[in-house]
Write a protein that binds this ligand. Sequence first.
Ligand code: PGA
Length: 233
Amino acid sequence: MNKIIAANLKMNLSYDEILNYKKIIEDSNKKVIICPSNIYLDIMKSDKYDIGSQDGYYKDSGAFTGEVSFKQLKSMNIKYSLIGHSERRHIFNEDNDLVALKLKSCIENNIIPILCVGETKEERDNHNEFKIVKEQIDSALSNIELNDILIAYEPVWSIGTGVIPSMEDIENMHKYIKEVSNAYKKDIKVLYGGSVKPDNIENICNIDVVDGVLIGGASLDPTNLVNMCNKIM
Ligand code: PGA
């Protein structure tokens, strides 16, 4: 299977743990995308795998205490960045407008965005998942010139819960995302994220329209991540 594996480490791992993480991933020779905390981006750089940030700010520089710009990330040769992760949207109140500004800045700085989209439980219960996902995509992708971009479908109710949509629901949503995003750019690859684990990664990746996975919790143990890579790479 020729699938993309990205690991979102979120706000986890100590300095010693991240050094150990790096060694295990390098030794595995798996060409994954690792998204560590910003403070570890530099030491996590490697020619064995790719690196991504978990977010970035859309202004290039200035009085924005605590923020890191895509321009700064580019100056460190960071290749990818998550944009609009559900934890940014729901814990830090990022709306579609801010996500669109971030996506634009990310692309202008030649960093490949991994645009995260997905509905909440309530939105799915009300059968609004397709509408919400379309709004998130249209808002982010209109009015910008797209280069490389990945989209990650991450239903909010599946992140960190151990609950995943049915294989049919994943397939239908991925088809839909490809259809909607095709209006902006052809053949955008779509990853699935949300409780991807060793025991479901193969079934998820067997779905033709799933181009890869974005893994959170199950990627925190590097050996676990390598085992998951071995199942599908
Ligand atoms: P999870 O997180 O794998 O722990 O559900 C996925 C994500 O937030 O990207």
